[in-house]
Ligand binder design. Structure first.
Ligand SMILES: [Zn+2]
Length: 91
């Protein structure tokens, strides 16, 4: 059996196989989304398929004052998949 690393979502605290989660790289200046999961550095994880986990409220415990910026980055990055109102061309 292949060993699959499990990680915890920082928003809902659910444990899932690493591949099901979106990695967030912690940097000196804040956060950077790391869809490849391969950037060096300390990472955190969030559910990419649950908009509840991208909300500022849910992220605050983890991100503190940067929760809003992180929430916006996650929504912009992930929201386009099924949220039809994010990337509509004007007109
Ligand atoms: Zn989650």
């Amino acid at each position: 059996m292949k060993h699959v690393p499990w990680r915890m979502c920082v928003a809902c605290r659910r444990r899932r196989p690493k591949g099901e989660l979106l990695r967030i790289l912690l940097t000196e200046s804040g956060f950077q989304l790391d869809p490849s999961g391969k950037l060096p550095g300390r990472g955190a994880y969030v559910c990419p398929d649950n908009p509840e986990c991208w909300t500022e409220k849910r992220l605050r415990r983890f991100a503190g004052g940067r929760a809003k910026a992180l929430s916006e980055a996650l929504s912009a990055f992930l929201g386009g998949k099924d949220g039809q109102n994010t990337h509509l061309p004007a007109g």
